[in-house]
Design a protein around this ligand. Structure first.
Ligand SMILES: Nc1ncnc2c1ncn2[C@@H]1O[C@H](COP(=O)(O)OP(=O)(O)O)[C@@H](O)[C@H]1O
Ligand SMILES: [Mg+2]
Length: 156
C-alpha cells in the first residue's frame, strides 16, 4: 500500500497499527470534498482508521475519539489541500430513517470545500444523491483477533 498505488479492494489488518496504516493509505487518495463511509460493527476499527487518516493529513491523532456525545467533531489538518476532517459517528441515530440529520451538522460538513468528511454508522443516513462527490465506502469486520477491510469507491 504505497503512496502512488491504487487502494486495495481488501486488506487484512492484523492489529491496531495496521488499521491506522490503512487510514494513512486512504488519506493519500483523498481530495477535498470526499466522503468516507465507515461501516462495520462496534469495535471493528472505524475510529482507529480515522485516527490514521488524521495523522496522515497532518492533524493530531490524539484528538480523535468516538464523537458519541457531539456526533460530529472537526479536526484541523495541516495537509496542503485538505484543511479539515469532519468526523461523525451516527451510532445513536442508527436505524432511524427520519433522524434529525440536519442537527448533526453533516450538511455543513459536506458543504465545506476544503474538508474531507468521514462518517461512522452511515447506513441510515440518506447521503446518497445528496451531492455530486466522490464516496469511498470502507467496510470493516472482525476476523479472528484482527480485522478485515473492504474498500470501494461508490456512486453517490
Ligand atoms: N486490526 C485490528 N486488530 C485488532 N484490534 C484492532 C484493530 N483495529 C482496531 N483495533 C482495536 O479495536 C478496538 C475498537 O476500535 P474502534 O476503532 O474504537 O472501533 P469502532 O470505532 O469501529 O467501534 C480498539 O481497541 C482498537 O485498538
Ligand atoms: Mg467508533
Amino acid at each position: 500500500m504505497t503512496g502512488g498505488s491504487e487502494l486495495p479492494a481488501t486488506a487484512a489488518l492484523a492489529d491496531e497499527e495496521a488499521t491506522e496504516a490503512l487510514g494513512a493509505a486512504i488519506a493519500v487518495h483523498l481530495r477535498p470534498g470526499d466522503l468516507v463511509l465507515l461501516e462495520g460493527p462496534l469495535g471493528a476499527g472505524k475510529t482507529t482508521l480515522v485516527r490514521g487518516l488524521v495523522a496522515a493529513l497532518g492533524g493530531d491523532p490524539a484528538e480523535v475519539c468516538s464523537p458519541t456525545f457531539v456526533l460530529l467533531e472537526t479536526y484541523e489538518a495541516a495537509s496542503s489541500a485538505i484543511r479539515r476532517l469532519h468526523h461523525a459517528d451516527l451510532y445513536r441515530l442508527r436505524g432511524q430513517a427520519a433522524a434529525p440529520w440536519d442537527e448533526v451538522g453533516l450538511g455543513d460538513a459536506l458543504d465545506d470545500p476544503d474538508a474531507v468528511t468521514a462518517v461512522e454508522w452511515p447506513e441510515s443516513w440518506s447521503w446518497a444523491g445528496s451531492a455530486d462527490r466522490r464516496v469511498l465506502r470502507v467496510r470493516l469486520a472482525h476476523a479472528g483477533d484482527g480485522r478485515l477491510a473492504d474498500l470501494a469507491w461508490i456512486e453517490a
